[in-house]
Ligand binder design. Structure first.
Ligand code: ADP
Ligand code: G6P
Length: 481
């Protein structure tokens, strides 16, 4: 592989999004032909509608190793695939991004691993992404950099292309300063991020942690959310809680297809009186074992009747070659097997666990069908699943049990909030959400629906890009629609 940027034969883009992943993954069929399928995770869910409306270019990896592809158009989007070799996938993606940064930024729920060779590859790959962006971006373009995989890119790009406006958004939590400072490369990452004009976080606490670190560790001057860099620029660090395309999800769930599927799903589950639903990437931050444990104990104690109640847990395969993810999968398999095995009868098991990815309309049908949505991460930057469930309601019914440790909990105050570490508390909340009177449920859901519809993904993008445009007085977002 040459790994040099391919010639960009499409029009130079005045709006560029760069993320580790493209919105689609290249997958090989058994007959050696290739297909594209939607990439996993909340980042792609959130960004797809923005990109379709604003017409820009998307720079990212296409999910397959050792494969160089030409830039191409896909469903109206201009895509620039960045190649990664298999050792880069191992060291930059599975290693530094997902075994160092991901656990460190999620409260060190799993122990972060610090390996110098992973860092070296992270630097090399960030530079490659910057090189690609530099060939795609038109003069004076707006470049919006996404997430923890690319924290060095803003500074690298600024050196190459001082003419562009650079925004950065972190989709995951930015950790407390005491945890962040464990990182041997803490200074380089802070400096990398400061290459942006605007650094966005999910919550105000993340923005504050960042400002504190640049003050204490880099000795820079800060005034509230403004940071003065050594080269005299002003960088803004601010919170922008991300959201979903609420109307789109609502309409999808309202469709005949989703309505029929929702009825079928309940029927296939044995027409239970109460259907609990969990939807997650299979990730140790999501609190899946805690949720299953709580449900199992409620059955064992007779507080939930397995004949009329079901928990459907959908878990999308994720990062399957990373050790901690493999272990989690085994743990959940065992836990589900044990709980289902202890119900003293034959027939439908109380927990149905599906370890596959589903099309969007099928997801809308699951949300529509569920009586109680259970979202119990130990730490989560936002959690879009919680918002998707609310958006898919057709009436003010249903109930959302939501972990306090998600970004979404700050907005969805009327959910049944819970501390997932407290299994007894979680059990009580599940029972309360299941048995609450319809009037209470309606009151809660009405408020949450209003919140989700009033703060959708378009508003989020507008707020970020408007702030970026206003900075330093240059007309940054003029081409972004
Ligand atoms: P994360 O970004 O950490 O995965 P989010 O909750 O923010 O968490 O986003 C997850 C996204 O993945 C949502 O858009 C959700 O609909 C989607 N998703 C989760 N599980 C599945 C699945 N089994 N099949 C298809 N989509 C899924
Ligand atoms: C989270 C991250 C995204 C990531 C997604 C899926 O949402 O914030 O950056 O793309 O998970 O994870 P994956 O490792 O499959 O890209």
């Amino acid at each position: 592989m040459s790994l040099k940027p391919k010639e960009w034969k499409l029009d130079p883009a005045s709006f560029v999004v760069v993320a580790n992943r493209l919105p689609v993954d290249r997958v090989e069929n058994p007959d050696s032909t290739a297909d594209w399928r939607p990439s996993p995770g909340g980042l792609v869910t959130a960004f797809e509608p923005i990109m379709h409306r604003r017409r820009g270019a998307w720079v990212g990896w296409h999910g397959a190793a050792d494969e160089e592809l030409e830039p191409f158009e896909h469903e109206g989007l201009a895509l620039a695939p960045v190649p990664l070799s298999s050792s880069e996938v191992e060291e930059y993606y599975e290693g530094f991004s997902n075994a160092t940064l991901w656990p460190l930024y999620h409260d060190a729920i799993a122990t972060p691993q610090f390996r110098r060779e992973w860092w070296d590859t992270y630097v090399i790959v960030n530079q490659r992404f910057a090189d690609y962006v530099a060939t795609v971006a038109a003069a004076g373009a707006v470049v919006w950099v996404q997430d923890y995989h690319l924290q060095l890119l803003p500074q690298m790009l600024r050196r190459q292309r001082p003419d562009v406006k650079i925004g950065f958004f972190l989709h995951i939590p930015f950790p407390p300063t005491e945890l962040y400072v464990q990182l041997p490369w803490r200074q380089q990452i802070l400096e990398g991020l400061l290459g942006a004009d605007l650094v966005g976080f999910q919550l105000p606490g993340g923005a504050r942690n960042f400002a504190r670190l640049v003050r204490d560790r880099l000795g820079l001057e800060t005034l509230r959310d403004r940071i003065r860099t050594r080269d005299g620029r002003e960088v803004l660090a601010r919170a922008y809680p991300i959201s979903i395309e609420a109307k789109g999800f609502h309409e999808l769930a309202a469709s005949d297809q989703a309505a029929e599927r929702a009825a079928e799903i309940r029927h296939d589950l044995g027409d239970p009186r109460v259907m609990f639903l969990g939807v997650d990437r299979l990730d140790y931050t999501k609190g899946i074992p805690e949720r299953i444990q709580a449900f199992g104990e409620l059955i064992a104690e007779g507080r939930i009747d397995p004949d009329e109640t079901v928990l459907l847990q959908l878990a999308m395969p994720s990062r399957q070659r990373v050790e901690q993810y493999r272990r989690l999968r085994d743990d959940i398999d065992r836990l589900v097997g044990r709980i289902n095995g202890e119900v003293p009868r034959i027939g439908r098991p109380p927990i149905i666990y599906l370890h596959v990815s589903h099309p969007r309309v099928e997801m809308a049908a699951f949300y529509r069908a569920a009586d109680v949505m259970v979202v119990t991460p130990l730490r989560d930057g936002m959690n879009l699943v919680a918002k998707e469930y609310v958006a898919c309601r057709q009436r003010d019914d249903g109930a959302l049990v939501l972990s306090e440790f998600t970004g979404a909990a700050r907005e969805l105050r009327q959910s049944y909030l819970v501390n997932p570490h407290d299994i007894d508390g979680l059990k009580d909340r599940l029972v309360e959400a299941m048995n609450d009177v319809p009037r209470n449920k309606a009151q809660r859901m009405r408020a949450m629906r209003r919140q989700v519809f009033d703060h959708d993904i378009d508003k989020w993008a507008r707020m970020f890009l408007d702030d970026l445009e206003r900075l330093n007085g240059t007309p940054a977002a003029r081409a972004t629609g």
